[in-house]
Each structure stands twice: as structure tokens, then as C-alpha cells.
Design a protein around this ligand. Structure first.
Ligand code: ZN
Length: 182
């Protein structure tokens, strides 16, 4: 639908503006919007029926956590459905990092089925980045720890999309191949 397309592109534009100047942590330093478009595309590719709000929430999934946007602003510009979805995948940044990582594991099963699409796509995108452009100071052990933590989170999702799960497994295996002695 035309309105859906317009709203999706509006979300992409809003995300690009809000994350302008931010880059991925990897050595290639890709613009942050690449990650958001990748997550939204993964979510969209796994949908069995149209869900424009879910694609929009995927584009906006880091705006509250990393770009200082509020839930109210998302509700106003997009919809309360979009705002709630983004809230569901937003970590509480007032907590220390290890606690946030622990809570992602603990809270994974409580996420709505739609939020689980975003969680899973986000992990796939992050793992792909670790494979293709890891942060400079990360050694293999650090990468391995990230992959294992991501797997722990994902394994606790109650109803993950089979399409995304298959992609997650493929991406996870690529790390083993990379780390295997040649
Ligand atoms: Zn993300």
C-alpha cells in the first residue's frame, strides 16, 4: 500500500537523520544506517504476511537507545504500536553493560512474537559485522564470547521466525569456519 511505503521510507529517513554521524564499531566504520536497513530488510524478508509497523520498528529499533529519541516522539510521528515495539527491544542504558547483557538473556522469552523478529535480525546483523568488520581491539576470544552470548539470547526466544533462525545458524557457523585452524 502507498501509505505503508510512505511510512516505511519516512522511518528510514528519520532514522538516517537521528543516527547521522554515528558509525558502526567495526574497523570499516560503516554508517549506522547500514545496520538499520539490514535489520529492517531481514525482518521484512521473514514476514509471512505484511506488517509495515514491524518493518518501521526495525528501522527505528535503536533510536531510543542510541539517538535520544523518546517513546512519545515515536508514538506521535509513527504510532503507539511502533513505539511499543521499539521499547520492547530497548535496553535500559542506566544499567551497567554486563547487567544489560544478562537481562537480554533473561527477558528474551517474554518478548512479543513481533519483537522477537527484531531481536533475532539485530543479532544476525551484529554477528555479520563481527565477521566482516570486527572492532579493532577484539581478538578471536572476544568475538567468540559475543557469538555465544547472542546464541544464548536467541535460544531463549519462545517463537523465533524459522527463516531468521536458519539465517542465524548459517551466520553462527561462519564463525566456526573462520576460527577453524587452516
Ligand atoms: Zn541494532
Amino acid at each position: 500500500m502507498v501509505e505503508d511505503l510512505d511510512a516505511i521510507l519516512r522511518a528510514a529517513h528519520f532514522a538516517a537523520e537521528k543516527h547521522a554521524g554515528q558509525r558502526r564499531k567495526g574497523k570499516a566504520g560503516e554508517p549506522y544506517i547500514n545496520h538499520l536497513l539490514e535489520v529492517a530488510q531481514l525482518v521484512s524478508s521473514a514476514l509471512t504476511e505484511p506488517d509495515a509497523n514491524l518493518v518501521i520498528a526495525a528501522l527505528l529499533h535503536d533510536t531510543i537507545e542510541d539517538a535520544g529519541v523518546t517513546k512519545e516522539e515515536l508514538a506521535e510521528r509513527f504510532s503507539s504500536d511502533v513505539a511499543s515495539l521499539v521499547m520492547e527491544v530497548t535496553d535500559d542504558k542506566s544499567l551497567p553493560k554486563p547487567e544489560r547483557k544478562r537481562l537480554q538473556v533473561v527477558n528474551a522469552p517474554k518478548k512479543s512474537v513481533r519483537a522477537q523478529f527484531i531481536k533475532l535480525a539485530d543479532k544476525i546483523s551484529n554477528m555479520r559485522s563481527v565477521l566482516s568488520s570486527p572492532p579493532v581491539h577484539w581478538d578471536d576470544e572476544r568475538k567468540q564470547r559475543y557469538f555465544e552470548w547472542a546464541k544464548e539470547v536467541v535460544s531463549r526466544l519462545s517463537s523465533p521466525s524459522p527463516v531468521l533462525m536458519a539465517e542465524f545458524e548459517r551466520t553462527y557457523k561462519r564463525f566456526d569456519e573462520l576460527a577453524a585452524p587452516r
